[in-house]
Design a protein around this ligand. Structure first.
Ligand code: PEP
Ligand code: MG
Length: 873
């Protein structure tokens, strides 16, 4: 029976389909090897073997040992090394790996095969005694901990003791001789704890380790993990035994990391860095400065060529840009790890377009897999306005780690950055360098700057992944955590001061530079064309002004899903007329004010109809409580009284009369139109007269009048009657007719529940999920900031429900309303115009509910298009 599957030298017994038998890791290693990648040779002991081991009273089945020996012989041949041979030792890593990922089931044992003789041999071969004995002591520690269960702390404290005795602080201040001493002390601990000598025989070390991996399958923590994660039906874990390779064997060895394309621009060239005579961790540790990968071409041309060829193979195999860790051992190249590489938005677009051009993926695959909505979002972020940049004060230039412009107030700790963000500030996080502890603060920031670190430093990699502008390694400036300040020697910037950073050039600039909208590349346009080929749900925009609508149309909007007419009321002299209307206590005066407002509204609508030529325009009747339009301070009220020539007392009384304890649940939405039908009349007239005029000027108009905040069929019927009567009057006045729709928002929970009663009177439903969320949760839209941080932190909600639709509750109402509506009126047009219309996860939900369109703010239109296409593929 076959217990052991080998891989290496461009071959493998297994492949990626054999997860059940080889575990996830084993199947992946086999596949990489099969693809022709020079992975260090190794073998995988099957999960069935683990099963048999347990059935067989924890004894190895007949033949397993021979197969393992055979596997080791293969590895020895491949590397020209010998297991336990001091001249040129083969060292192994041993790892568990089940079919389902179970992180933390068992840790890895590295450098297995080490003993006194081997350590001496390794010291000689690498010319690095320190390294050899450091590896040795690490091995004893790991083996004892992972295999024998001796707490790691025992070794830690022995090490601390030795450091104290030598009077040194850091591990690397110990000498090679100290490390030899430490190895003996570690062995003594092993003996004390187990009663045995530390095993010298590599084969014995391996047997122990394999049994420990088998044993870890039924450890308490593994069983618990499986229970919590509902992992059932697996028979055991596989064991992966792989040769260690060393990049520190002299000048023809080295280690590096690279991306197969430039992760900032997407340019098709190797991007990365390496170090000769170094191990992988040296490259990221930053103790020596790595060299750019192109230098390898001169140093080891054959290896470089091989690396280039490898990247092409990898991109084909994984159909994605790859991020690779490699080691060169005496001119022999090994790929240790490959995974999809993080990249910026512009890079993602270029790579997607190039991959299609190069025939690596087809258009559909490119749209589905190669650009995320978050990456697209980055492209739509603003840039610095070049004209304004003439007299800028650059206080430092670092590495341009992640492109784009960011301005904000500077903070020096993650915690402070997060706090400032919650109060609504735009934040720049400044750190000497970042660590995983900082991700909260980084996420809360518009941009990040560090004074230390390279293009592959933590800050660079994380920021790039999120598409946040980032400048790293800016050593022109000194950051002082204690003072909460940074300085270039001439200027000092304190916490809360404005700072601008340019992640494209690496510049750090004093103050708040102006931003301008981004420029979109031809690749972007090409990619978005492909997106639309796979999309069937429409994307509209929420826009109130012609210029926003035009912008949105450029971004691909196919109509206006929501024009909030009240926004127009606040502009210029209109607010005066609006206030005059509200202040009047009789219908006649109100009508006079409304008549003066009509031309303004009509002009705005005319602009929208002309901009949207051929696409539908949904205009919503007045929604907010009238109180919102009135002045609030005493001074303002006095001014108003003077302006209108009425008494201050009258103004005060009127304001007080309109005051509501709960305005969001008060006199707003269709309730206004029901009390003051003349408002609905004026707005209907403005909409239809504008439409007729636009049509006369040659535009194709598709007006849709929307009634907000209804909760019953009768509310809609009331307003519909006003609209229809007004329309007939307009048509008669103008001597012409046009087609128009009357629909309603579904944003009160009751409306969703009685959608079958509403649908007969509506041409369309548009889900107003802002109010629907507010009224379903009972969370005030305007006050949720007070308690949301606590809710998020304690996981009472997993995300802001005003950002990402709550599918369980609010979504249920949407689904119910859609079903009831369409059951009553087949083909009823359905859309969404709440903020969720621009959120990818919520868009996916809308698609599943069969909505005809989503509507979102102009800058989110491309994101919505991509989200809709990805969901449809
Ligand atoms: C909504 O409630 O979802 C909506 C779009 O309307 P507004 O945000 O204007 O209340
Ligand atoms: Mg609303």
């Amino acid at each position: 029976k076959k217990y052991v599957y080998q891989f290496g030298a461009g071959k493998a017994d297994g492949d990626r389909t054999m997860r059940e038998l080889l575990g996830g890791k084993g199947a992946n290693l086999a596949e990489m090897s099969r693809t022709g990648l020079p992975v260090p040779p190794g073998m995988t002991i099957t999960t069935e073997t683990c099963d048999q081991y347990y059935k067989n009273n924890q004894k190895w089945p007949e033949g397993l040992k021979e197969q393992i020996r055979e596997g080791i012989r293969f590895q020895e041949e491949q590397l020209g090394a010998g297991f336990g041979d001091p001249e040129n030792p083969l060292l192994l890593s041993v790892r568990s790996g089940a079919a389902a990922s179970m992180p933390g089931m068992m840790d890895t044992v590295l450098n297995l095969g080490m003993n006194d003789m081997v350590a001496e041999g390794l010291a000689e071969r690498t010319g690095n005694e320190w390294f050899a004995f450091d590896s040795y002591r690490r091995f004893i520690d790991m083996f004892s901990d992972v295999v024998m269960g001796i707490p790691h702390e025992s070794f830690e404290s022995a090490m601390q003791k030795l450091k104290d005795q030598r009077g040194v602080k850091e591990d690397n201040e110990l000498t090679a001789k100290d490390l030899r001493d430490l190895v003996d002390r570690f062995k003594a601990i092993y003996r004390r704890e187990t009663g045995f000598m530390f095993p010298n025989d590599p084969m014995e070390q391996l047997e122990f380790s394999i049994n420990a991996v088998f044993g870890s399958w039924n450890s308490e923590r593994a069983k618990k993990y499986r229970k919590i994660n509902k992992i059932t039906g697996l028979i055991g874990t596989a064991v992966n035994i792989q040769a260690m390779v060393f990049g520190n064997m002299g000048e023809t060895s080295g280690s590096g990391v690279l991306f197969t394309r430039d992760p900032n621009t997407g340019e098709n060239k190797l991007y990365g860095e390496y170090l000769t005579n170094a191990q992988g961790e040296d490259v990221v540790a930053g103790t020596r400065t790595p060299e750019p990968i192109k230098n390898l071409k001169k140093a080891l041309p054959k290896v470089y060529d091989q690396l280039e060829e490898m990247t092409r193979k990898l991109e084909k195999a994984y159909q994605n840009m790859q991020d690779i860790e490699f080691t060169i051992q005496e001119e022999k190249l090994f790929i240790l790890q490959t995974r999809n590489g993080k990249r910026t938005g512009p890079a993602a677009i270029k790579i997607a377009v190039d991959f299609v051009k190069e025939g690596i993926v087809n258009k559909q695959e490119a749209v589905k897999n190669l650009v995320t909505t978050a990456q697209l979002d980055q492209l739509l972020h603003p840039q610095f306005d070049d004209k304004a940049i003439k007299d800028k004060k650059v206080i430092g230039v670092g590495l341009p780690a992640s492109p784009g412009a960011a301005v904000g107030k500077v903070y020096f700790t993650s915690h402070d950055a997060e706090d400032a963000k919650i109060t609504g500030e735009n934040v720049i996080l400044a750190r000497v360098e970042t660590s995983p502890d900082d991700v909260g603060g980084m996420h809360a920031s518009e941009g990040i700057i560090t004074s230390r670190g390279g293009m592959t430093s933590h800050a660079a990699v994380v920021a790039r992944g999120w598409g946040k502008p980032c400048v790293v390694g800016c050593d022109d400036i000194v950051i002082n955590y204690k003072n909460k300040s940074l300085t270039d020697g001439n200027h000092t910037v304190y916490e809360g001061d404005w700072l601008s950073i340019n992640g494209t050039t690496g510049e750090v600039v004093l103050g708040q530079l102006p931003l301008k909208p981004p420029k979109l590349s031809n690749d972007f346009k090409k990619f978005m064309k492909w997106v639309d080929e796979f999309r069937d749900m429409k994307v509209r925009t929420n826009a109130d002004r012609a210029e926003d609508a035009t912008k949105a149309k450029e971004f691909g909007a196919e109509g206006i899903g929501l024009c909030r007419t009240e926004h127009m009321f606040f502009e210029g002299e209109r607010i005066v007329e609006v206030r005059r209307m509200i202040m009047s206590d009789n219908e006649k005066e109100r009508r006079e004010s409304l008549a003066r407002l009509l031309p303004y509204q009509k002009e705005d609508f005319l602009g929208l109809f002309k901009a949207l030529d051929g696409d539908p325009v949904t205009i919503r009747l007045l929604d907010p409580p009238l109180h919102e339009f009135l002045p609030h301070t005493e001074d303002e009220k006095k001014d108003l009284a003077k302006q209108f020539g009425i008494s201050y007392r009258k103004v005060k009384d009127r304001v007080a009369a309109l005051d509501e304890a709960n305005p969001m649940l008060g006199h707003r939405g269709c309730r206004l139109g029901i009390t003051f039908p003349e408002i609905t009349e004026m707005q209907t007239r403005a909409i239809l007269e504008a439409a007729i005029e636009a049509k006369e000027q040659g535009a194709v108009v598709l007006p849709e009048i929307m009634v907000p905040l209804i909760g019953s069929g009768d509310e809609l019927i009331d307003q519909k009657n006003v609209i229809k009567e007004t329309a007939e009057k307009v048509f008669k006045d103008k001597g012409t007719r046009i087609d128009y729709l009357i629909g309603t928002m579904i944003e009160v929970p009751r409306a969703a529940l009685v959608a079958d009663e509403i649908a007969p009177h509506a041409d369309f439903f548009s889900f107003g999920t802002n109010d629907l969320t507010q009224m379903t949760f009972g969370f005030s839209r305007d006050d949720i900031g007070k308690f949301l941080p606590d809710y998020l932190e304690r996981k009472i909600v997993l995300h802001d429900p005003f950002q990402t639709l709550d599918q369980k509750g609010v979504g249920k109402l949407v689904a119910e309303a859609a079903d009831l509506g369409r059951a009553t009126k087949p083909g009823l047009k359905l859309g969404i115009c709440g903020e969720h219309g621009g959120d990818p996860e919520s868009i996916a939900f809308c698609y599943k509910q069969g909505l005809d369109y989503v509507s979102c703010s102009p800058f989110r239109v491309p994101i919505a298009r991509l989200a809709a296409a990805q969901e449809a593929i």
